[in-house]
Design a protein around this ligand. Structure first.
Ligand code: TRP
Length: 335
């Protein structure tokens, strides 16, 4: 049996929404149950500091995201679930990699370039509002991955460049100091739905069009009622393929339920009715997890214990590797 190591980080800013669930969390939890896969999932709280300087938000989001993954059934015996900042070897590796990373490589990072571009458009200094964390972000991400020799990195398209940079950095390090790192690859799952938000664009925090994952039942219903539709009346046939209500339905329904709903659209189901059924479907899938989530939020100490156990497990890998790397770069005891 080939053992594959899958690793991914979740930046701890903001509240998880249905798009995160369908696009990332649900497939990751399913993958963690496969016996030929070793999975590493972590809360990227150092990454959060790049985007957010609000301590309460970073802290609260760490709690909510950890509770979300646990409530949805992540098996922490099988998967390694930890918080980035509990692994001191990660910032240490970040520095070793920083000294092997060409500045020119970082200049080419899309996330950084996008901010420079915005500044230029606005007539600002190109460096306005850019901290070194944003500039060096791909190196921290490379350290996350290389620390655990992750082979397959499930990410969205916006992160592909970062995985390529991690490969570049690893190659350069290996070339100079000997073979220490496995070269990681991005794992893109094209079957996973990119969910649409309330306004029909991609569901995303930056568009403000999200449906938070664990809204209380009444609020979930209200939120689903806000999904934009056209003005077709009950009885008039509707096109499922241009409908956000249908698109979200599809992400939660079985193929049979999807086929049935397609019929209903052809028969002119009323928007109110389609939304009511969507609410019921989504609510049924999430209700139990939502209860566990609310209980977990009340018992943060339990989450902390789980994270500490995860960090201990992760550090059985990171400690020996950092010792080996220190040795390789010439940081050794004098004797
Ligand atoms: N930068 C990633 C994001 O914003 C999160 C992340 C941090 C990550 N470290 C990682 C993803 C390592 C994969 C591997 O989505």
């Amino acid at each position: 049996m080939i053992l594959e190591r899958v690793l991914t980080g979740i930046t701890t800013t903001g509240v998880p929404h249905l798009g995160n669930y369908v696009g990332a969390i649900r497939p990751a939890i399913a993958a963690s149950k496969r016996t030929n896969v070793e999975s590493f999932y972590f809360l990227a709280d150092y990454h959060a500091l790049i985007k957010s300087h609000d301590p309460e938000l970073v802290h609260r989001s760490t709690l909510e995201i950890a509770a979300t993954w646990l409530a949805l059934g992540l098996d922490v015996e099988h998967a390694c679930f930890y918080r980035q900042s509990d692994i001191p070897e990660i910032p240490e590796l970040t520095w070793l990699l920083t000294c092997m990373t060409a500045k020119g490589l970082m200049n080419r990072a899309h996330a950084y370039k996008a901010v420079v571009h915005e500044n230029e458009q606005a007539g600002e200094d190109p460096d306005f509002g850019i901290n070194m964390g944003l500039f060096a972000y791909p190196i921290l991400m490379a350290a996350d991955i290389l620390m655990f020799n992750g082979h397959k990195i499930p990410v969205g398209r916006d992160q592909i460049q970062h995985i390529e940079m991690a490969r570049d950095i690893a190659q350069r390090f290996n070339h100079h100091y000997g073979d220490h790192f496995v070269l990681p690859e991005a794992l893109l799952d094209d079957n996973v739905a990119v969910l649409q938000g309330l306004d029909g664009r991609k569901m995303s925090k930056s568009y403000g069009n999200t449906i938070p994952l664990f809204l209380p039942e009444k609020k979930l219903k209200k939120s689903i009622n806000k999904i934009q539709t056209n003005l077709l009346e009950p009885g008039e046939p509707k096109d499922p393929d241009t409908s956000t209500v249908f698109q979200i339905w599809q992400a939660f329904a079985t193929p049979e339920q999807t086929a049935e709903m397609r019929e209903e659209y052809a028969n002119g189901i009323a928007w109110g009715e389609a939304k009511k059924r969507l609410f019921e479907l989504v609510n049924t899938e999430l209700a139990e997890a939502r209860e566990r989530y609310n209980t977990l939020l009340e018992t943060p100490g339990e989450i902390e214990t789980i994270l500490q156990a995860g960090a201990e497990k992760a550090r059985t890998i990171s400690r020996p590797l950092i010792t080996q790397l220190r040795e390789a770069v010439g940081i050794r005891p004098l004797k």
